[in-house]
Design a binder for this molecule. Sequence first.
Ligand code: ARG
Length: 583
Amino acid sequence: MTIPFYLGQQVNRALATAGLELPEGFAAVVTPAADTRFGDYQTNAAMVLAKVMKMNPRVLAEQIAGVVETGGLCGTPTVAGAGFINFSVLPEALAGKLEALLGDDRLGVGEVEEKRTVVIDFSAPNVAKQMHVGHIRSTIIGDCLARTARFVGHRVITDNHIGDWGTQFGMVLYGWKRELDAAALAADPIRELLRLYKAVNAQSKGEEVAKEAGERADTPTRDACKAELVKLQAGDAENLAIWEQCVAVSKAGLETVYEKLDVGFDHWLGESYYNGMLSGVVKELEEKGIARESEGAVCVFFDDIPAMADKAPFIVRKSDGGFGYATTDVATVKHRVETWGADAIWYVVGAPQALHFEQLFATVGRMGLQPELKHIAFGSILGADGKMMKTRSGESVGLLEVLEEAEERARATVEEKNPDLTEEEKLEIASAVGIGAVKYQELSQGRLTDYKFVWDKMLAFQGNTAPYLQYSYVRTRSIFRKLEGEVVLAGPYVITEKEEKELALTLCRFAEAVPAVLEDFRPNVLAGYVYDLARAFHSFFEACPVLRAEGEQRATRLALCELTSRVLRKGLELMGIRVTEKM
Ligand code: ARG
């Protein structure tokens, strides 16, 4: 149980025993103090209550403070300002908490009472196109949410819903049959697929532009590509064989990226997986009166939902008879609920798809499917110039190249700071630091804001960066290396200095930070916490000598170092960031 949760309970108990007539459903909430000069935690309960009960807030606050029982955790609460009740955690109580944390492999983080089956849909790039830097956001945020949800006890199923059935395949098939370069395919298959896709796409776009300008009457390439796609989706053997080859090659390429990122999936059920269910889904929607024909297509309308009434309908069968992204996603929800027993499905997908998900959620709701459905949206990644991140030739930047560059840059820093490490150590550190920096830059932002991708900033050893946190971890470990195994972590512990107290309290707050990530899907809460912890550690480390201290003080400081190291490591692990023992 977290400290604020416990204190909240105690305040509510005090209110109940004080014989006050509380408004229906009222519960006091205790939060970290806004101003730590007055205490560590606070509640505004007296102010809220005084308003409804037409009482003097300070008088009420004093009355409550006088009867709250904190079981030795805090001294008598004090009242400040307009009626805040403040709690200061006692050093003896914190020492006891240290002891408890040291013996707890969950580091104080509780398990949720209601364990749910949560499907997390993230990354999901479109194959035969390049996985680009924009996919960083979905992949890294999704992975952090999956790790966190697992840690708090949910049954998590991660599913990479790759786009392996869409219009790009019409183009790839068209190009494959006309201008495939077999040698290039053998040498670098993804590059060759990409070349085909781009060449055909450009040709098709060119025709469309010309048609629009009145320079030509038809768009033969686009039509031919569409025909290839229809053939594929209808099960044409030749097209299926080519498609299978393309998907296999693309998956292998994606695997390289995921391996570098240390991201894994329980399933890779892409769009194609649902092909056989699509006509059944449309039939069900029509039979239940959820979808109807309109201008040759079959659509779901949302005239009764004001925010969606004036938008285009959700098209589950196009006028040419084909099914698209919408139909596939309906089938996907059904599958996840019916086969996996999903209680919740979280989609980590960019903000531009907001309407698609609103329509999807409303549609499956009408079908009677009731899992919790969340679209966890995010903004864009910008280049250092503040514009959309592009290569010099104007294309989107490939993710693999970005990750390789991150490792190379980190490698140069390691070389400069610590040239005596072995080659193996240098590579390991460069990878942990480079990849960690990219991930942390992502996770430390509010997910809805756009952010700039700036190498020097994310790789700096000072400031709110992964290298700073990883270096803090190394520092906690170096103490124990100096002790050469002599360490015995044994109390009793005593907390006397304010830096010790601050660090101990911050360690206890890991239990508050982890569940908060899932409240509104904000990995940046965890990132902010880990950063606070590292800073509290550095202040402590500067003010309080560890190895030169003696007796209980030395034991306490060693315990603080050990716990800081464990919590840093676990916190970073939940973000998918590795630590190393040296740097
Ligand atoms: N492939 C899609 C894209 O890159 C994302 C898919 C997200 N998941 C889903 N079930 N729609 O835009």
